[in-house]
Design a protein around this ligand. Structure first.
Ligand code: CA
Length: 229
């Protein structure tokens, strides 16, 4: 049974969402504020998180980032619930790591369709099997830190390898330059955002069939990059 955690402080909405999901056969957990939401994420490791942005205590965007930075939870898809247009900019622009977002108010039918779409997309993501991330003919060995395209080994620098790992782990999700910098170069590392672009270019030259027309690492204008396989 697919386990969904809903973190929402509006009682009626929380109730309605939870009931709708239950009626569709999902196993549902709930939290009505941020701290307990995060605790449940860590304790239960749900299959999907529905996360309101404006929450008492810890806000949704912070929770989202924490989930993405925790190796045990980074794979969990997140759908954010947002009330205002400016919040949408935060989700997309600052890159929280969310898989999708729904602007309130929304119908439960639309909500359910988005839930199913995100779960379907996640099914196609590469899974860690014996320490490997696989996407089409690209194979990345995590412990050996080796990358293969078909039978051919591709030599990557340390940062290129970390960058590719991050991209493959978050297949189909848009990763902003900020998020990539944080994850690949670390919080405290002061580097120019263009560093990301430069490394993406190098990576494309090594893994794309045609680097001038990339099919694996897609540029998301004004935001960052998305790995497509
Ligand atoms: Ca709220």
């Amino acid at each position: 049974m697919v386990k969904v955690l809903v973190v929402e402080d509006e009682e009626t909405l929380l109730h309605n969402i939870a009931e709708k999901l239950r009626s569709e056969g999902f196993s549902v957990l709930t939290a009505n504020e941020g701290e307990s939401g995060l605790q449940k994420i860590k304790a239960e490791v749900p299959d999907l998180i529905i996360l309101d942005i404006m929450l008492p205590g810890l806000d949704g965007l912070s929770i989202c980032r924490m989930v993405r930075h925790d190796i045990n939870t980074t794979h969990i898809p997140i759908i954010m619930l947002t009330a205002r247009g400016t919040e949408v900019d935060k989700i997309v622009g600052l890159e929280s790591g969310a898989d999708d977002y729904i602007v309130k108010p929304f119908g439960l039918g639309e909500f359910l369709a988005r839930v199913r779409a995100v779960l379907r997309r996640v099914e196609g993501r590469p899974v860690i099997q014996q320490d490997e991330l696989v996407a089409n003919d690209l194979r990345l060995n995590l412990t050996g830190r080796r990358v293969f395209k078909g039978d051919q080994e591709i030599k990557l620098s340390n940062k290129e390898f970390d960058l590719l790992t991050e991209l493959m782990r978050n297949r189909s999700a848009v990763l902003s330059r900020d998020l990539i910098l944080t994850k690949v170069w670390g919080y405290d590392y002061f580097v120019d955002k263009r560093t990301v672009d430069v490394h993406i270019r190098w990576l494309r030259e090594k893994i794309e069939d045609d680097p001038s027309s990339p099919k694996r690492i897609i540029t998301v204008r004004g935001v960052g990059y998305r790995f497509e396989g």
